[in-house]
Design a protein around this ligand. Structure first.
Ligand code: SF4
Ligand code: SF4
Length: 658
């Protein structure tokens, strides 16, 4: 009957058990050390929802779904290695169970088992070869190579190949009648020869030695992502932590548990960097490098040698955070979320960078002067534009709009936002919004001079105290005037009201009688279009492309509503830019960068985006975010496309066509 003796031709079993015990001890010690450092971060609140965690694990861990996005070869490489290794590992465990507990691998079961292991063994070796080609021949994605990368790949390849050699030499020495159920071993037996029993025992010990080395090495290498990555994917089903100023002042930890786990989860695959607009423009920011610097700092701070020195009460020098902290990179982030979208393990580098900004603001170190001025302006005037409070509604004075703060009533509040209130160019968006709302029959009012900043710049720039004050005041204002339904032209404000405010409301225990329901005008108009309430009466006759604002698209998932409206305009020739939807390139103005000096770069981010529009011969570049409008209108001029491309907000485009 088909079966296999596990320790055939192998003596000195005690050595195998001894080495296994050593490897397991090192593995457990390494995992303990890593997980110990996780608990050196501040704790997260709440628990992930079990259903969401299972869904995320199935999709992004077992299914490798995000690895396949825009990179089929990379996805296949990882799937082959991961699933090949997993099946071989399970096969080894089954063999141990068969040998020590119940002998069930016999006859047909054994044949199916042997065939499966050979197939998945081949898949595994093929995956490792593909990884070598991808990393060192094709050099996909500007991968950040370290010596551990080649060590890991050679180790995996050697384990796979020696596994097959053991099988081949065993068949040479003692061919069983069922050996064709192990086709790779059978083929190898046809080409191998010599002193098969000697070669078999040599290959066996090499295979076992390398496998045990891999087990011990795993927690100290990037292979630890098999554990930390799954934990990170599970945690990322929860919204980012909200740390109030009061909490921040009490805690001693510098980073959150989630940030530290993210460092261990990161495989340095560099996908984040290849999509980061700042990095693409030649600026110094690398989300991968920043994440890894935090990891190295935390690991050093809680290294075994430092801990032993503390235990022996020796003088231990203070750890300097300068290596993690120094430099302007944290300010270069546009908070576009491209890195989060791209990361196979959903690492939220954006939240990590925001945490770093928070520490810088708290310590007052390396905060650009203009950031300080912007935050001060919000504190003093309720807007980042240094605009007087009593001038906020000037843009609307000829429009006969209802002012809810003066006691007039309207079904819908138009929350204008700071840009469209104070910036001369952006005021035109607000004026077009009012024109469109009137034409489609919406009953809209504003809060006039009572309106104040939504807090987006304070949130993105890491000023928690100011942010909390802004949020509390806005809740008071909404309660005072009974604001419930709100339409907005600014996606940054929408993100604040839709996602951030409810989180802070809970944390700051702000009591309100009702909830605010904010929506972007594209959501509202797309709905009206479906209901037949938005109708166009004129043709445009132009080639139009659409720039996805990061806060509307990647942050809030609104990709289709603006496109539906655009495509419904008669005479529009709609064309997508190469980078669109989740792959869209940021305009460079988010994350407070609108109020910062330019950083040293090869090219401006906004000019790269203008080139995207020029490449598809667009006559009109449409967006629906005031920040994008500011950035892109400048960029088409400075990049030399002024005569070819007009930049318009969608509202400005449709106002004259209704
Ligand atoms: S953060 Fe994610 S995308 Fe970036 S290098 Fe690490 S694993 Fe790759
Ligand atoms: S959020 Fe955008 S700009 Fe910031 S690090 Fe990620 S990809 Fe780069």
């Amino acid at each position: 009957m088909a079966e296999r003796e596990v320790f055939w031709n192998i003596s000195n079993h005690w050595l195998f058990y001894f080495l296994s015990a050593v490897a397991m001890l090192i593995f457990i010690g390494g995992c303990y050390r890593n997980i110990y450092t996780w608990f050196k971060g501040w704790p997260f609140e709440g628990r992930p929802d079990a259903g969401a965690v299972v869904g995320a694990l199935v999709k992004n861990v077992f299914g490798n779904a995000k690895i396949f996005l825009d990179d089929i070869f990379g996805g296949l490489t990882h799937v082959f290695i991961m699933w090949g290794f997993f099946v071989l590992f399970v096969g080894t465990a089954m063999s141990a169970f068969d040998d020590y507990i119940v002998h069930y691998l016999r006859g047909g079961v054994y044949k199916a088992y042997a065939l499966s292991l050979d197939i998945f063994g081949l898949v595994f070796v093929a995956g490792v070869i593909m990884a070598v080609i991808r990393r060192y021949v094709i050099k996909a994605g500007k991968m950040n190579n370290r010596s551990e990368d080649i060590i890991v790949l050679l180790l995996l390849a050697a384990i796979g190949i020696t596994g097959f050699l053991i099988e081949g030499f065993r068949f040479v020495a003692q061919p069983p009648p069922w050996m064709n159920w192990s086709p790779v071993g059978a083929v190898l037996a046809g080409v191998l020869g010599g002193k098969a029993t000697v070669w078999h025992v040599t290959a066996w010990w090499v295979h076992v030695g390398l496998s045990l080395f891999l087990i011990g090495y795993l927690p100290f290498s990037k292979l630890f992502h098999v554990i930390a990555g799954a934990v990170n994917v599970a945690l990322e089903t929860m919204p980012p932590d909200v740390l109030t100023l009061e909490e921040r002042e009490k805690i001693e930890e510098e980073f959150s548990r989630r940030h530290i786990i993210a460092g261990d989860a990161c495989t340095r695959c560099n996908r984040c960097e290849t999509k980061c607009p700042s990095n693409l423009s030649g600026e110094a920011l690398s989300p991968r490098a920043m994440n890894q610097r935090i990891k190295d700092y935390v690991k050093e701070k809680y290294s075994i040698s430092r801990m032993v020195q503390v235990m022996l009460k020796k003088e231990v020098p203070e750890m300097s955070r300068e290596g993690v902290f120094k430099g302007e990179e944290a300010w270069m982030c546009t908070t576009c979320r491209a890195c989060v979208e791209e990361c196979p393990l959903s690492i939220d580098n954006l939240d990590i960078i925001r945490g770093m900004r928070g520490l810088k603001v708290e310590e007052g170190t390396e905060v650009p002067a203009m950031v300080g001025d912007t935050l001060e302006s919000i504190f003093k005037y309720g807007n980042p534009y240094q605009g007087q409070k009593n001038k906020r509604a000037e843009w609307a004075k000829e429009l006969g709009l209802k002012d809810i703060a003066k006691g007039e009533t309207a079904e819908l509040l138009y929350f204008v936002g700071c840009g469209a209130s104070y910036d001369d160019r952006l005021q035109k968006i607000a004026q077009s919004a009012v024109g469109v709302f009137k034409k489609v029959g919406l009953d809209v009012g504003i809060l006039g001079n009572k309106e104040s900043c939504c807090g987006d710049p304070a949130k993105r720039l890491g000023e928690d105290g100011l942010l909390e004050e802004v949020i509390s005041k806005n809740y008071e204002l909404f309660e005072q005037y009974g604001i419930r339904d709100m339409v907005m032209t600014c996606p940054h404000g929408l993100k604040m009201f839709r996602e951030e405010y409810p989180r802070y409301q809970k944390k700051l225990e702000i009591e309100t009688e009702g909830t605010v329901n904010p929506q972007h005008y594209t959501e509202l108009l797309a709905r009206m279009l479906t209901e037949g309430k938005l109708k166009f009466s004129k043709e445009l006759g132009k080639r139009v492309t659409y720039h996805d604002p990061c806060y509307l698209g990647r942050h809030l998932g609104i990709y289709e509503a603006p496109r539906e409206i655009l495509k419904a305009i008669p005479g529009v020739e709609f064309v997508e830019m190469k980078r669109n939807r989740r792959n869209s390139l940021c305009c460079g103005g988010g994350g407070g960068r609108l109020w910062m000096e330019e950083f040293e770069a090869r090219e401006k981010i906004s000019e790269m985006r203008a080139r995207d529009a020029a490449e598809v011969n667009a006559q009109v570049l449409v967006t629906c975010c005031p920040f994008c409008m500011s950035m892109m209108e400048d960029a088409v001029k400075t990049a030399g496309y002024e005569d070819a491309i007009e930049v318009k907000d969608l509202l400005e485009l449709i106002e004259g066509l209704l």
